[in-house]
Design a protein. Structure first.
Length: 308
């Protein structure tokens, strides 16, 4: 167990009669990439605003790197908040924009120069560093906008939906580059489960301001990474196939779609038997091995609460 960068316990935050956070709990290891996921209005942005020092909780305790969130002056230089997308001047080059950001952050000139070199490589904008931003692609503009927020080399980076506008392939590359520095903790909100699965070390699932889960991805995979098979079949006898498979002791959860069945099994060794059973009652067009995903687990946690 490493040093905790963030500890949040019994956090309550209300707006009028509406509780945005209701005894919220979260812990994040130092130098980890941590995702907060949940439905719209679940309290994700409120958590980011509190960690950004923009608002205060009504009650509960939060610390960043062992320092109480009440010590704003001490914490502020440690935190970088990355907005969704910020406007940048079209008639300046990325280098000039980042130099101005360094001045605004009161960094020494040499440190700013070094940070620009580091960020240009991390953001893959070296080739465009001295071109006018107006002559670059939208993707480059978004990356420069990202760089402005990261110029101060903060140890805690907060990203509320900031990756949504970026190319998913670049997002993975960028997050892996941040992780490689080994001195950055990133807390992000995102809805792209595939991205979260690829880059995050831990996850908090939140609904109605309450924590449903706060665990490492390793722990989550051990719990929900069950083997399974997706069968693309003729819809004609699909209900009969489902009925037959439910009587097999090695078939666990079964999800039925219009033209497919997802069957979780105890072991991949049972998949050929599942395919044979299904083929006896309908035409199987495709059979593909799979593992229960983070998205499956997320829906299993969120949807029962929504259907009550």
């Amino acid at each position: 167990m490493g040093w905790r960068m963030i500890e949040a316990h019994n956090v309550i935050k209300s707006y009028g009669t509406k509780k945005a956070l209701d005894n919220f709990e979260m812990s994040v290891e130092k130098n980890a990439v941590h995702a907060i996921i949940g439905p719209n209005g679940s309290g994700k942005s409120t958590v980011i605003k509190i960690l950004s020092l923009l608002i205060k909780p009504d009650s509960g305790s939060i610390s960043i790197d062992g320092i109480s969130i009440n010590n704003v002056r001490e914490l502020r230089p440690m935190i970088s908040v990355v907005p969704e997308l910020q406007a940048i001047p079209e008639n300046r080059s990325p280098r000039q924009i980042l130099e101005n950001a360094g001045k605004a952050a009161r960094l020494p000139r040499e440190e700013t120069k070094y940070r620009i070199d580091v960020l240009a490589e991390m953001l893959d904008i070296m080739a465009d560093l001295d071109r006018k931003v107006g002559d670059t692609s939208l993707g480059i503009k978004r990356r420069v906008s990202l760089g402005v927020s990261l110029i101060n080399d903060a140890s805690l980076i907060l990203m509320d939906g900031s990756l949504a506008e970026l190319d998913p392939g670049f997002s993975v590359q960028f997050m892996n580059a941040l992780k490689a520095t080994r001195d950055k903790t990133v807390v992000l909100t995102a809805n792209n489960m595939n991205l979260i699965d690829q880059v995050c070390d831990s996850v908090t699932i939140i609904k109605d301001g309450m924590t449903l889960m706060n665990e490492s991805m390793l722990s989550i995979r051990e719990k929900i990474g069950r083997p399974g098979v997706i069968l693309r079949v003729s819809p004609i006898n699909i209900q009969k196939v489902e009925s037959v498979l439910r009587h097999q002791i090695y078939a666990n959860r079964i999800k039925v779609g219009e033209d497919y069945l997802l069957v979780e099994v105890d072991d991949f060794l049972h998949i050929p038997s599942i395919i044979r059973q299904a083929s006896a009652f309908t035409e199987v067009y495709e059979a593909r091995q799979t593992m229960t995903s983070l998205e499956d687990m997320y829906h299993a946690l969120i949807e029962p609460a929504e259907n009550q």
